[in-house]
Write a new protein. Structure first.
Length: 148
């Protein structure tokens, strides 16, 4: 009986993983996000200057790995993300940043008409600032989708 239960749980986990993977990949299918970010920020542990950026899925086989590139400078970073959900579908595509003092950290990526988004793990610097009793505020930047 335990073997049967274990097999059923493993199959359910693989199904959940495959279903979530398909949803994440479909968010960027045939498109990219373009954003003008008016402040320097951290994307994971990489600091990126203010500027115009594109975010895209570089490989559909790794749907939780995104690439952010600066349009004017040779600055880019790979973003390892987890899927996240919200109660209602996003009305417009946006990037959410955690603001702690004068530092910004990319935290979530939302695509219009979807409840599923991408969440970046908070880097150690952000966690350290939070422990130091700095107040966290959310700063959203509206973006738009463009065809590849």
């Amino acid at each position: 009986m335990n073997k049967l239960l274990t097999k059923a749980l493993v199959a359910l986990m693989f199904f959940a993983l495959a279903t979530g993977t398909t949803t994440s990949a479909q968010l960027f299918e045939g498109s990219r996000i373009e954003a003008r970010i008016p402040f320097g920020f951290y994307a994971g542990t990489t600091w990126l200057p203010a500027g115009k950026y594109t975010i895209r899925l570089p490989n559909t086989l790794a749907p939780d790995l995104l690439l952010i590139q600066n349009a004017n400078d040779p600055v880019e970073a790979f973003l390892i993300t987890d899927s996240t959900t919200r109660a209602t579908a996003a009305r417009e595509s946006s990037l959410d940043f955690d603001r702690l003092g004068n530092k910004y950290f990319l935290s979530d990526i939302w695509v219009e008409r979807h409840k599923t988004g991408f969440r970046l793990e908070a880097p150690s610097l952000e966690k350290k600032l939070e422990k130091g009793a700095m107040k966290k505020e959310i700063q959203a930047v509206t973006v738009h989708r463009a065809k590849l």
